[in-house]
Design a protein around this ligand. Sequence first.
Ligand code: PLP
Length: 474
Amino acid sequence: MFDIILSDQLQHSLYMQLYMQIRNYIRSGVIINGTRLPSIRALQVHLNISKTPIETAYQMLIAEGYVVSRPRSGLYAVNAHEKKSSSQKNNNSSHLLLDLQQSIRTPIPQNYRIDFDPSSVDRDMFPIRTWRKMLNGVMENFAGSICQYGDPQGEYSFRSVLSDYLRNSRGVICSPEQIVIGSGISYSIGILSKLFSGIQHIAFEEPGFEPVREQFILNGFHLIPISIYDKGLSLDELEKSEAQTVYVTPSHQFPTGVVIPYAEREYLLNWANSRNAYIIEDDYDGEFRYFGKPIPSLQGLDRQGRVIYIGTFSKAFSPALRMNYMVLPMELIRKMRTLHYLLFSPSRIEQWAMQSFIEQGHWYRHIRRMRNTYRKKHHRLLELLHIHFTEGIEITGHSAGLHIQAIVKSRETVEDLLKLAANEGVRVYDFLQMWMNQNQSGYPKIYLGFGGINENDMETGILLLKKAWSRIWD
Ligand SMILES: Cc1ncc(COP(=O)(O)O)c(C=O)c1O
């Protein structure tokens, strides 16, 4: 039997400890796909506890698709990922806190000729000369302060400039006091987890962004998967759930690309107001919208302080900067001040450089150029897919952001589609890890990023994909 360590000292109840440990064993491959789990009775004897926490933990694992129950046979682990190597199996659960890069890479070892990596941005457009100038300027203008610690919440002058930008471009209404500068979404979620005292249940998009989901689970929250349909998350399921907070990507749902329309946004806000719940709005690529009018952020529609807004410089500028921002309602800012030791902002030198970059108008120019570049790439990708796959692929989630979802009308599994593509040297993505319940029905869904790929490579990649999938159609 696998090791389970239960402690009275931990903040989590027994069922939560059991659930988290078994779940981590399944996900990390320590318990391999198809393994029969010990019966409730056997585990009860082994752990010397009552059967209630074991039953509750097993029920949660079944509900989330980590375990299936076979009548008159028992409970079996489900791990839709490829089997892990034995060295991976021996790892403890700490590697489960996947970082963004790992989590959106599929584990097929291969030298790819063309990679439709959804996390890549355009390398050639990075404003290297201007950025160098900004950094040099900081060295001169802030020479007196570069050897001192900064404000852990982020430089106030930078937060002021950012609040103007957010109001002008994303309709986010906030004062500099409400902004917390961070090093990425995991940092922001870590802070929120400490601020959410009294909250246990968090509704989460299904499929949804795995690194955020993992972080919440590791912080002891119970996540409730809420299905995504063509207008965002199911408000019906949300209403019926006992969630006290919901995490959403309303401007370009990750990964499906659905945009939540205005009416549903208002409904979501009413839901939060009626429950005193929070909405975490992850606006990770909100700057890039290719069709229709820009939809204001949820935060900008919020009148009751229910929305927590998170944005990033990773998409519009560079993920290497490791800088993001969170806008908290005043209620949470007051609470955060009592937990100020949680805060540590990124390099103040780079904060000042970004402040100058925005103040001197470079940021607005940069965003305009990036929008044009990505709009062109986006249109070209859709065009190539239409020309070469005609009815074979349905493209959805393509009005914004830096990736698209392609529904491939074939009976092949996603795994086989990825392998066929890999054999031709092309990397496309399945994002299976974004589902809590990985037993999907319907045609396979594949994801292609276009931010980091030039138009020539894009065409080569699509032609290779056409060759790879020439025999798969229904
Ligand atoms: C859904 C989602 N949220 C947030 C982020 C940004 O994360 P970070 O600011 O840590 O780079 C990304 C980046 O790809 C993302 O896909």
